[in-house]
Design a protein around this ligand. Sequence first.
Ligand code: XMP
Length: 321
Amino acid sequence: MEIKEIRLEELDPKKFIKEKIEEIRSIVGENYAINALSGGVDSSTVTMLGHLALGEKLRTYFIDNGLMRENEPQEVIALFKKMGVNVILVDAKEKFFNALKGLRDPEEKREAITRVFYKEVFGKIVKENGIKFLLQGTNYTDVEETVAGIKRQHNVLEQLGIDTEKEFGYRVIEPLIQLRKPAIRKVAQALGLPKNVYDRMPFPGPALAARVIGEVTPERIEIIRKCTSIVEQELKDIKAFQYLAILHEDKVTGIIGGKRKLGFQVEIRCWESLDAKTATPKRIPYNILEKIAQRITSEVKDVVSVTYNITSKPPSTIEAV
Ligand code: XMP
């Protein structure tokens, strides 16, 4: 199916919301639907659209895959509770880490996350509850990058020839598939979502696993979780599209306690971009970079090297995996 982009300048958010609510209602009918909320702009927008369209007939889940940032599950659930949306927390940490065990290839890791998410976690929920539909926030850029063979976005299914009804037992509804990020932010704002949601920095579906080069283990995720938290604190006032930390696979020689010690390398990236299609590194003041390096090496055990990425996308991508 050919998907036609709705460009930012031609988007009428109110009209779009009305049409999508009607569309979701007519597809779901008397059935129930579910959706996964991560707290990002796309899934938050879909949650509100679904909530307005279906009310109690939509069940919203937060899947704790063990790959989220510090306190993310609790914060997102509390935020939506304030907006009248009840979110069910599912602890799936073990399932994800088991599936990722021993995998080092980026596409294999992405595929494993997709499989666990759609087949094991959601497959089970829909089967147990007799649900037929999953609402999700796939956007135009996700489809474009996957189809172009740049990166398999975890939420792109049909465009890769995956028949979700046959493979997972439910149909996927994607109300945002014609929009890019800036247009989705406009819809989110029109839906009344708070600024810290519609203006939120993008965060990838595979979460911190997109920022761990090599094997994804609970220990390695914990290292990058701490680094991410430091980077987000130190760069929160910088005007940028996205900033992040990456854990490298190779260890390098460092000095800890006056002795040689092989330690971890962490890379910082901070991007200027409009829609993530292309991006350039932000020229961050050197003193801020030094503070990040100083904090990471003193607060995160065994990190001995912190670097800053100065390459644009392309040839880089925004995340590392
Ligand atoms: P890349 O790394 O492909 O990222 O340059 C482009 C933008 O997409 C985000 N990203 C993802 N978002 N599922 C998502 O929903 C994914 O699998 C995924 N991978 C990357 C990334 O954070 C950036 O904003």
